[in-house]
Design a protein around this ligand. Structure first.
Ligand SMILES: Nc1ncnc2c1ncn2[C@@H]1O[C@H](COP(=O)(O)OP(=O)(O)OP(=O)(O)O)[C@@H](O)[C@H]1O
Ligand SMILES: [Mg+2]
Length: 288
């Protein structure tokens, strides 16, 4: 009896161990399956790591004057992209920029930025949204009665950030644009290129995910324009998405980045490694 009992105990123990092992194996198998599915998902969606940061979906814009500035724009900008918007005067480039920063709303269609539809954004959310994008314009838009330091610090002060954080962030941004030492200078005493650097530092101070620039080199001589472009390239290399409307043919042709050409409110061309003017040997519109 004793021997049988022992055997029974042993058998139960073994059974227990086995059932534990079976449970364990099942769990491991489930895990393996899940990770396999994940891998397959990543294989099936190679854009996983470059999801769109901007998406225009059938966007139309008609101003109150009746001008149809944009007509059925469809555009996807992946995270980390560097994109030039080119096209003749009046084509609709600045309108696209104004829609992106929610200064204007589309008449029809939707715009998504980082998964959020801009049309659904509440008015009170706008300052937070605009903080996440860095804006750079042709005419710099600096506050003339504030020093370089205070121009860059301005938005952080408005948002009530602590002095210590403002100091660090401003120092970093001013350093990135190569203006360390000019903090106490007023805009009127800076060159055009230096003023644009201040504007870029002001955009960078929030560590934005994307930079939207409307003809940032429009008022600069070629050498200065090139220096400013180097800055945008460096910012892009650090991971920010850059969308830039420009008429600067030399720069676009030299850099061979993505070029989206707008003509009469429509996308006429979308080239991955494009030029300012259409290369006649290439097809007009290229799907990305
Ligand atoms: N606020 C506005 N009200 C009415 N019409 C406008 C307004 N802003 C722009 N437009 C018109 O919309 C069209 C597109 O203008 P937009 O400023 O987007 O062109 P653009 O491509 O930026 O030109 P540019 O290269 O000269 O800057 C033009 O016909 C312009 O006259
Ligand atoms: Mg414009």
């Amino acid at each position: 009896m004793l021997r049988l009992g022992l055997r029974l105990d042993r058998r139960l123990e073994l059974l227990g161990a086995l059932s534990y092992t079976a449970r364990d194996l099942a769990r491991r198998a489930r895990k393996r399956h899940a990770s396999l599915q994940k891998t397959q998902l990543m294989v099936l969606t190679p854009d996983f790591a470059t999801r769109p940061v901007i998406s225009f979906q059938h966007v139309w814009k008609r101003y109150e004057t009746g001008t149809e500035a944009l007509r059925d724009i469809n555009l996807v900008v992946p995270d980390g992209d560097f994109m030039f918007l080119v096209g003749p005067s009046g084509a609709g480039k600045s309108t696209m920029v104004r829609l992106l920063i929610r200064e204007e709303k589309p008449t029809k269609g939707k715009i998504f930025v980082d998964g959020v539809e801009l049309g659904r954004m509440k008015r009170r959310q706008l300052p937070f949204y605009r903080r996440r994008i860095g804006l750079v314009f042709q005419d710099f838009k600096l506050l003339p009665n504030l020093t370089v330091y205070e121009n860059v610090a301005f938005a952080l002060r408005v948002h009530g950030e602590p002095d210590a954080l403002i100091k660090t962030r401003v120092a970093e941004a001013v350093d990135t644009v190569g203006l360390a030492g000019k903090e106490q200078t007023y805009p009127a005493n800076l060159s055009g290129g230096e003023q644009q650097r201040v504007a870029i530092a002001r955009a960078l101070v929030h560590a934005p995910k994307m930079i939207i620039a409307d003809e940032p080199t429009g008022n600069l001589d070629p050498a200065t324009a090139w220096e400013i472009m180097q800055l945008f390239l460096r910012i892009n290399a650090r991971g920010a998405t850059v969308v830039m409307a420009t008429h600067n043919r030399e720069i676009v042709d030299l850099l061979r980045r993505r070029v989206v050409a707008i003509d009469a409110g429509q996308i006429a061309r979308d080239d991955r490694s494009g030029r300012y003017h259409d290369d006649a040997s290439k097809s007009q519109v290229r799907a990305r």
